[in-house]
Design a protein. Structure first.
Length: 428
């Protein structure tokens, strides 16, 4: 069972239960999940004692970026500080919040975001106004600079990092860098706008380059080795493809007006072609064992990646994405909170309803998700969203409103809308 922060208690009327499931007789497994959820909420209510543990404030401007890395908390100035400073990055020890180091970006830069690679903190920054982004690797214990590279970082499956440096005309380079030393390993020229990646569980596995003339190159993301080269029909306008996407092991390119064609990455063989609406061509996405196709409104269409055949549709979903072999789908609810459901990618059927939450924490490679929900009396409910189990496990009831939260080894860290982080140690 998840550890619970001693902050407050759930009260009658807080409505933490998820909404009713689909209108059909409950299966034995569904009844079991309901019983478990009821028992869990009862336990959570009793575990969240009225007495509160001391919280630890950590300075952070409004809209700050923050990153939890083991027992370290890293904070970067947010977009609201651009034009004033926006260059400060600080490191703190968890769970006590003690300051460890300060790093200041070069004059004129401002922080865009934080991520990690090979145990280092990667600060992504850009000059105020127009300018190419840059990435600076810092030691999480000391804040010392390990290396700095131009470009936006993309992790690879083998543990490396790629940097894109596109130019205004669509050309530029994609480079592989050793994440420990920052030394360049290999680089490839970008052919216009024709760059796409195949993703594995931990990062990019293959780099795909496509020219407007229809030449395709598939490179290993770790070594840069050319794995396959071939030709497909040229871009319809002779300049660039409107769609250049890799989804699963397929390369998707637009062909005749209103159509998209799929090619296998291993042999560049044509698999299928299907019509799409003019507003849908940029919205293909990986949905576990299927391909999702979305337009600019709500609704999802699921396509069989082997045949291109339509498998199912759902007009309710505003967003959908893979997690742990299933899909997490969202529908509009209240404000920024969404009704979340766990969906079977093969059938589109709802496996579990998680209730109304605003997503927080987690990313493509660290899919641990938190849900935030506003309660009465200016409180916020925080829960761990367990997709395989189809459950929302209550973690804490926090006083006030919060923009974002993250779970550390021994603490919960949250950012206030007005600025300032607060650290709550886990109950021992």
């Amino acid at each position: 069972m998840s550890r619970v922060i001693e902050l407050g208690e759930l009260r009658h009327g807080d409505e933490v239960e998820p909404p009713p499931g689909p209108r059909r007789p409950a299966s034995p497994s569904a009844r079991l999940v309901a019983l478990l959820c009821a028992a869990l909420l009862g336990l959570a209510g009793s575990a969240a004692a009225p007495g509160r543990r001391p919280s630890v404030p950590v300075p952070a401007p409004q809209g700050a970026g923050f990153l939890v890395l083991a027992d370290r908390l890293v904070v970067a100035d947010g977009p609201g500080t651009v034009g004033r400073s926006g260059r400060l990055v600080t490191g703190h020890r968890l769970p006590g919040g003690e300051p460890l180091w300060r790093f200041v970006l070069p004059t004129g830069d401002h922080a865009l975001g934080l991520t990690t690679v090979a145990g280092a903190v990667l600060v992504i920054s850009s000059p105020a106004g127009a300018g190419d982004p840059a990435s600076t690797a810092l030691d999480p214990d000391t804040g010392a600079v390990r290396w700095r590279q131009p470009g936006y970082p993309v992790r690879t499956e083998a543990g490396g990092v790629l940097f894109e440096t596109p130019r205004a005309d669509g050309t530029g380079t994609v480079r592989s860098v050793d994440p420990v030393s920052g030394r360049a390993r290999w680089s490839l020229p970008l052919p216009g706008n024709g760059l796409a990646y195949e993703f594995g569980d931990r990062g990019v596995t293959r780099v795909v380059l496509v020219t407007a003339a229809g030449r395709v190159e598939v490179h290993d993301a770790g070594s840069g080795e050319l794995l396959r080269a071939g030709r497909v029909p040229p871009a319809p306008d002779g300049l660039s493809y409107r769609v250049t996407q890799v989804v699963g092991d397929l390369l998707l390119l637009d062909g005749a007006p209103g159509t998209v064609t799929a090619y296998g990455l291993d042999r560049l063989d044509r698999r299928w072609s299907r019509p799409v609406g003019p507003s849908a061509v940029d919205w293909f996405s990986d949905c576990a064992v299927v391909i999702c196709l979305r337009d600019r409104g709500s609704g999802v269409r699921a396509i069989d990646p082997a045949t291109g055949r339509l498998l199912w549709t759902n007009d309710r979903w505003l967003g959908i994405g893979p997690a742990d072999g299933r899909l997490l789908a969202s529908a509009p609810a209240v404000g920024l909170e969404m009704d979340l459901s766990v969906v079977d990618p093969r059938t589109g059927g709802v496996l579990a309803r998680l209730g109304r939450w605003r997503l927080s924490g987690g990313d493509r490679y660290e899919p641990a998700l938190l849900g935030l929900r506003r309660l009465g009396e200016d409180r916020t409910l925080v829960a761990d969203l367990d997709l395989p189990a189809g459950q929302a496990r209550v973690r804490a009831v926090l006083p006030g409103s919060w923009d974002d939260c993250a779970v550390a080894t021994a603490a919960l860290v949250c950012l206030r809308p007005s600025g300032g982080l607060v650290v709550w140690p886990d109950r021992r």
